[in-house]
Design a protein around this ligand. Structure first.
Ligand code: SF4
Length: 451
């Protein structure tokens, strides 16, 4: 073991940080928070470590090579991957088992940490809650510090930081127009899961307020980046013949969304979209998307039952869904429809049957093109109106699956359905609500099952 000092031998301005995204490299390269970090701190020459690489991809740093390590956690499963990464380097997972000064300072952020920060301080020296733009200047100060004592006393005074001793903090959020996250050139050169299109974030939070959704309730007000910055970035991307990947929860509500589509269509450039809401689909947009080579339109319907949709605050009538599907078919797009099983106050069999009924109704109205259904169990999230409900039982999920498969067989079409893993949903729920003790148990089990 060595003592970790923050002192730089060569007196360079910044410590070289290690950024960990505990997923496989291609997914990390497709994740905007990773790009944000590399854009914001490129002067400090950060290294990137992922769960499928033992060493950082740029400077070959191991997990215990850098005095300050930043970890971004999007899902519960990320934490388990990170625990295994620590274990592989012989680093004690629990903060209390890491002697002061003998291991790097581990700081985590990301939505999974934001939803259950107290518990995560069992592992991390600090948990930052909120949006990176509001932390940028503080992180630069952290990277210029010379002693761990300075670093810890600085973090104890940050409003958005939890530590083992600091048990309250406030989520910080960027102003409307105060952010614009896009691909980092160095990371972009390594490719991504969007056929190497340049990625950009077009909104935060959401214009809807679905009762189960953490995006809406943690990020609060709907916000967009400044139009000029985005349009300039899009124009530069189109000039270089780079495709663009638009990411956000309410793309069609972004005031300059159509302008981007028109610019891209004019140049016959390729676009990909995270998803569109039913109410954001119209003929003009689909025409433009067709010109931009989009093949599949992804839409989250959540429940095929209108009364359930109303209950979760996704108040879209069947007629609106059918109209959107007819347009999608007219322009010969494939579609991917998302549904949620086990929403509060619902019965699995009734919900599953209603999916098949809705698909049949769409078909009768000549709106069914090539479609794939994707079903995930409802997982309660802290801070949402549905936080006190529970994940459905495994046997109920199985019942939903069986009923849906059977009901779809009675249709005259072959419909493909993907089901999200129950195990991962269970882990998400556990980590989202675990207290320190439960978290330690989960960590022990992760150790046992991987070792
Ligand atoms: S539309 Fe999607 S992102 Fe928006 S609140 Fe509903 S589930 Fe969340």
């Amino acid at each position: 073991l060595k003592k970790y000092s923050l002192k730089r031998k060569d007196r360079t301005l910044f410590l070289q940080p290690l950024f960990v995204y505990p997923e496989k490299l291609p997914l990390a390269l497709t994740t905007l928070s990773v790009h944000w970090f590399f854009n914001a701190f490129e002067d400090a020459l950060p290294d990137l470590l992922t769960s499928d690489n033992e060493k950082g991809v740029f400077s070959g740093k191991y997990l215990n090579d850098s005095p300050v390590v930043f970890v971004s956690l999007s899902y519960g499963a990320n934490l388990i991957n990170f625990v295994n990464m620590m274990k592989n380097r012989g680093i004690p997972v629990l903060k209390k088992e890491r002697d002061s000064g003998m291991y790097p300072v581990f700081i985590c952020g990301g939505i999974a940490a934001m939803l259950n920060p107290h518990a995560f301080t069992e592992i991390f020296d600090a948990v930052f809650v909120g949006e990176g733009e509001c932390m940028e200047n503080d992180i630069k100060k952290i990277l210029s510090m010379e002693t761990r004592e300075d670093l810890f006393s600085f973090m104890d005074n940050l409003s958005y930081c939890y530590t083992k001793n600091k048990k309250s903090a406030e989520i910080v959020r960027a102003d409307n127009g105060g952010f614009f996250v896009h691909s980092n050139p160095k990371l972009h050169s390594m490719g991504n899961n969007f056929d190497n299109r340049l990625m950009m974030e077009l909104n935060r939070s959401c214009t809807s307020r679905c009762k189960f959704c953490a995006a809406a309730y943690t990020y609060k007000t709907f916000r967009i980046p400044q139009r000029e910055k985005v349009i300039d970035y899009v124009k530069a991307a189109l000039k270089n013949n780079s495709g663009i990947a638009l990411m956000g929860t309410s793309l069609g509500s972004v005031s300059y969304f159509d302008e981007i589509l028109e610019l891209a269509a004019y140049k016959n450039s390729s676009i990909s979209l995270s998803s569109l809401k039913i109410k954001e689909i119209n003929e003009n947009r689909l025409k433009l998307l067709k010109k931009c080579g989009v093949k599949t339109v992804t839409v989250a319907i959540e429940s095929a039952n209108y009364s359930t949709r109303k209950e979760i605050l996704k108040d879209i009538p069947d007629s609106r869904i059918i109209d959107a599907m007819k347009l999608i078919k007219k322009y010969d797009f494939k579609s991917k429809l998302y549904f949620m099983a086990g929403l509060p106050f619902t019965d699995p069999e009734t919900e599953a049957k209603s999916v098949a009924k809705l698909i049949s109704l769409i078909d009768e109205n000549n709106g069914l093109g090539e479609v794939v259904l994707s079903v995930a169990p409802f997982v309660p999230k802290n801070m949402t109106p549905f936080s006190s409900f529970k994940l459905m039982k495994k046997k109920e999920y199985k019942k939903y699956m069986q009923t849906l498969r059977k009901s779809l067989q009675s249709l005259r079409r072959n419909i493909k359905v993907d089901f999200f893993s129950y195990k991962d949903s269970e882990l998400d729920q556990l980590l989202g609500f675990a207290d320190g003790e439960v978290l330690q148990k989960i960590i022990r089990e992760a150790h046992d099952s991987s070792g």
